[in-house]
Ligand binder design. Structure first.
Ligand SMILES: Nc1ncnc2c1ncn2[C@@H]1O[C@H](COP(=O)(O)OP(=O)(O)OP(=O)(O)O)[C@@H](O)[C@H]1O
Ligand SMILES: [Mg+2]
Length: 256
């Protein structure tokens, strides 16, 4: 283990024109920890995660990974550190099958007669089946087109792909937002399996029930600033709602 934390962000700020998306935000992520990042719409959650994954560059602030300051300027930089983000819109290709989607953009090919590059379908299929099996995922047919899968199955394939190419930190932005109860549970179970495989996970979610069922710590952003960082076992939903809203009323009153 290098450094006390897998990831540390110090004083991250980001403006989009006149809009301050993040102001002096700190974050700490332990090795092999599931951290939930919560906050109201526009609180800056996705922006912060995009900075870690190299999709957006911060205006100021430091990123420390495994005890060393790193410069993340593009997705390739975070990928080579072992970090990958699974986006809200999933980015699967509907008309391709599961195996092709797992290897999207990184297809395995081989030279035939020393010239033509031919896709090695069988190798990709075998590796896909093995990888999904390692994560406890059973698929009927690895050649099933992704368009025929349910929302939950798609999410599971998208997360599995992320894990295939990254082994230290996975960032999930609202992985259960579009899913029903049963499918959400499968995705949350997969997140727990990832933790057993020594991976750290940051999950953004608006669903506090999901946060409480899977995360060990919760960090709250409010209007682009830190608004709390607590161990899940030591708080309840009302307290998280208070940190999110900054208000002194309870979750009950909010609903009422
Ligand atoms: N590319 C951009 N250009 C301009 N403003 C942006 C851009 N991305 C984010 N913002 C603004 O930055 C602020 C933070 O947005 P961000 O998407 O990070 O919030 P969020 O916490 O992920 O919200 P949500 O829960 O709705 O996904 C918002 O005011 C948003 O409008
Ligand atoms: Mg967002």
């Amino acid at each position: 283990m290098k450094g006390n934390f897998l990831l540390e962000l110090k004083g991250i700020s980001k403006k989009f024109g006149g809009v301050t998306a993040l102001q002096n935000v700190d974050l700490k992520l332990n090795y092999n920890e599931i951290l939930a990042v919560v906050g109201d719409n526009g609180a800056g959650k996705s922006t912060l995660m995009k900075i870690i994954s190299g999709a957006i560059l911060q205006d100021s602030g430091k990123i420390i990974f495994e005890g060393k300051e790193v410069s993340i300027k593009k997705p390739q930089d975070s990928l080579s550190l072992g970090i990958q983000m699974c986006y809200q819109d999933l980015a699967l290709i509907d008309c391709l099958n599961i195996s092709n989607n797992l290897f999207l953009g990184r297809e395995i090919s081989e030279k035939i007669l020393g010239v033509a590059d031919i896709l090695n379908i069988k190798k990709m299929r075998d590796l896909s089946i093995q990888h999904l099996k390692n994560l406890g995922i059973v698929v009927g047919n690895i050649y099933e087109k992704v368009r025929n899968l349910s929302g939950g199955q798609r999410q599971i394939i998208a997360i599995s792909r992320t894990v295939y190419w990254s082994n230290k930190l996975i960032i999930l932005d609202e992985p259960t937002a579009a899913l029903g109860v049963k499918e959400s549970k499968k995705v949350l179970d997969l997140i727990k399996t990832l933790k057993e495989k020594d991976i750290s996970i940051i999950i953004i979610s608006h669903n506090l029930q999901h946060v409480f069922s899977v995360a060990e710590r919760v960090m709250v952003l409010r209007m682009g600033q830190n608004a709390g960082d607590r161990v899940i076992k030591e708080i309840d939903g009302d307290e998280v709602v208070k940190m999110i809203t900054g208000a002194e009323f309870s979750g009950q009153e909010l609903l009422g």
